[in-house]
Design a protein around this ligand. Structure first.
Ligand code: 5GP
Ligand code: ZN
Length: 136
């Protein structure tokens, strides 16, 4: 398979690995947004969140929690933005699900998740709520 992150999992491409267990892997982003910018992936290839076997979701988030604590310990990072681009319209470039852990520091000039996009509701909140909450 040509997936670049699967190649890292298989050891066919180098990476600065930070943590690894049987189901997950964490390594430094090659173009870091801040010091310690880390990617956390499932070893199993899943392109989108919807493709991830639900039983792996907890493991993946446990690794995010572990790595975040380690980044605080190692780099003194007092804060983080944690998230992922799920799908091309959301900016996903590598088609293998990956959490970004972006250490944040006072005065680093960055914004919050709210700065990704600001497109006010085109429909009333009540209508949006009815569509979502009523459709389980
Ligand atoms: P996306 O836009 O898909 O959420 O982000 C992909 C991320 O993967 C980018 O931040 C990019 O710098 C990183 N990346 C892409 N290719 C490689 C690679 O070969 N090695 C590492 N360590 N990071 C990569
Ligand atoms: Zn993959």
């Amino acid at each position: 398979m040509g997936c670049v992150f699967c190649k890292i999992v298989r050891g066919e491409l180098p990476a600065h690995k930070i943590y690894e267990d049987s189901e997950t892997l964490a390594f430094l982003d090659i173009y870091p947004m801040t010091d310690g910018h880390t990617l956390v992936i499932p070893k199993l290839h899943a392109e989108r969140l919807a493709d991830l076997p639900p039983e792996l979701a907890g493991k993946l988030f446990q690794t995010v929690q572990k790595v975040t604590a380690r980044l605080t310990q190692a780099l003194g990072a007092p804060a983080f933005n944690v998230g992922f681009n799920d799908g091309r319209a959301a900016g996903q470039a590598v088609p293998h699900l990956h959490f970004h852990i972006i250490p944040r520091f006072p005065g680093d000039g960055g914004g919050s998740l709210h700065s990704i996009i600001h497109k006010p509701n085109t429909r009333p909140l009540e209508e949006i709520h009815r569509l979502i909450a009523g459709s389980w």
